[in-house]
Design a binder for this molecule. Structure first.
Ligand code: ADP
Ligand code: ASP
Ligand code: MG
Length: 468
């Protein structure tokens, strides 16, 4: 049994949907197919909601355009007027629901979070119906009945055990037909309200399904030939990495590689179910195989380089900052209690400074929590300042044994410095498998290209086999 996930880039046009149909029809084994909304639709659903709430009446024209796009896709991918009409009968109520929601938020001039979640859910609810009807014999499963979330610090996170059970109960298995479901969308386990797993979350839906059903493989079908050594929009000659370990892919995705939504890897890693990254537009390309490959890999290989933008560095300075054990445990506990996570703890040359990187969106909350946690020390000057620097990016160079390459961190810092790229902080301990560097956000494209060239063309860390 396999689980396939097709992203928005794979279900955006009639041509790519035809590829999806071919891929699913030629499988010859039981499969669950998880699909995203039509390409670009989620962004558009959100932008239009903001328009409506902000009093811009052109939301109505936007809705017309989205409705027309769905109808055109149905007419293009489903054969025969009767079958097209049957699909449109299922889609029309959803389009009407969307219109009513837009009219409602326009009237109240407000966009509550739960209404936005309802609006964005319509993307996957519609696309999953279209894909089901496009594939003869396919069976639709309503993800809203199967994928459940719960609140955690005001965020919706997957209720994993419950979802696992529901997937096993509600997804028909071994029926000899493909099951189709929408990714990303879910409902709250307590209130039943529509929620979602976060932007890019269809990958995660697919991973939860693969883990619950003990799939042989999770295939992520997208618009590039596999997991590349760097973001192809940044590095023109990025290469496909033939094999990668779970941990490497997790690190690269946590540090910004958009190809897989980060929480996706954990459920399949846990069950040792390999992931394949494949290109819907070039199904013959071999893609990337992500598994527990630690043993089989050539020593010293760098799996890839990625970057997380919108980062900030927080510095705690004062006499007590010298006690790294106490300050770090209190700091991280305080942040974790509110669901905030730290991306890197920097090596600091100054003995009285403790420095860490965090997403810019979390800075205000982090500073408030730290002021509360360290109130006594701030009063008696054990801790003097909590300083924040923004507009930074965290660059990660990832490989299973990167920390065993002698001098790798120094060499990277030397290369960056030589090109005038200032490293504001770095860590060679962020994880077992990555070296991380905080630099100015404006320099991130240059830095990635520079390091990519040094590692993959000039081979500063030895020959790099990417197609092993
Ligand atoms: P989908 O709609 O299939 O989920 P996404 O846009 O979420 O597609 O992810 C695929 C995109 O991720 C690619 O088009 C590519 O531009 C981008 N990307 C960023 N970093 C990498 C990388 N290291 N390898 C491959 N793709 C990457
Ligand atoms: N459609 C959702 C998004 O654009 C989920 C996904 O594509 O994975 O974020
Ligand atoms: Mg994606």
């Amino acid at each position: 049994m396999i689980v396939l996930k097709f992203g928005g880039t794979s279900v955006g046009t009639p041509e790519s949907l035809a590829n999806v149909k071919n891929i699913v029809e030629s499988l010859g084994e039981d499969a669950v197919v998880v699909v995203s909304a039509l390409g670009g639709l989620t962004d558009r659903l959100i932008a239009t909601a903001r328009m409506a709430a902000g009093g811009d009446s052109s939301y109505a024209a936007e809705w017309e355009a989205m409705a027309a796009r769905h109808e055109n896709v149905v007419r293009a991918v489903i054969p025969g007027a009767d079958r097209q009409e049957a699909t449109m009968e299922a889609i029309r109520p959803l389009l009407r629901e969307l219109r009513r929601l837009y009219d409602g938020i326009s009237l109240i001039a407000d966009l509550p979070g739960k209404t936005l979640a309802q609006i964005v859910s319509l993307g996957e609810r519609m696309s999953s119906i279209i894909v089901t009807d496009m594939i003869p014999g396919a069976v639709h499963v309503d993800s809203l009945q199967v994928v459940k979330t719960e609140k955690w610090h005001n965020r919706d996170i997957a209720a994993v055990e419950l979802t696992d059970r529901l997937i096993r109960e509600k997804i028909p298995q071994a029926g000899g037909y493909p099951v189709i479901m929408g990714g990303f969308i879910s409902t709250d386990r307590n209130t039943g309200e529509i929620t979602n797993l976060g932007r890019g979350g269809s990958d995660y839906t697919a991973a939860l399904v693969a883990a619950a059903l003990d799939a042989d493989v999770l295939q992520i079908w997208t618009d590039v030939d596999g997991f590349l050594t760097a973001d192809p929009r940044v590095v023109k000659d990025a290469r496909v990495v033939g094999r990668m370990s779970f941990v490497e892919s997790m690190d690269l995705c946590t540090f910004g590689a958009k190809v897989i939504y980060p929480p996706t890897i954990y459920p399949v890693f846990h069950k040792n179910i390999p992931i394949r990254i494949l290109n819907t537009h070039r199904p013959e390309a071999s893609g990337t195989f992500i598994s527990d490959t630690r043993e089989k890999r050539p020593y010293g290989r760098v799996a890839g380089i990625s970057a997380l933008k919108d980062e900030a560095l927080v510095t705690l300075r004062g006499a007590m900052a010298g006690d790294a054990t106490e300050i770090s445990s209190r700091c991280f506990n305080a942040l974790a209690r509110q669901g905030l996570s730290v991306h890197l703890v920097a090596r600091s040359s100054a003995r009285d400074s403790f420095v860490f990187a965090i997403g810019r969106g979390d800075v205000a909350a982090a500073v408030r929590l730290l002021k509360e946690e360290f109130a006594p020390e701030l009063v008696d000057n054990q801790l003097e300042v909590i300083e924040v620097i923004e507009n930074l990016a965290t660059l990660a160079v990832v490989g299973d044994d990167i920390r065993r390459i002698p001098g790798a961190s120094e060499e990277i810092r030397r290369l960056l410095a030589e090109s005038g790229i200032r490293v504001a902080a770095y860590s060679d301990k962020a994880s077992e498998t990555s070296l991380t560097f905080v630099i100015d956000e404006a320099g991130v494209g240059d830095a990635i290209n520079l390091l990519h060239d040094a590692i993959y063309t000039l081979s500063v860390f030895g020959p790099q086999l990417t197609s092993d």
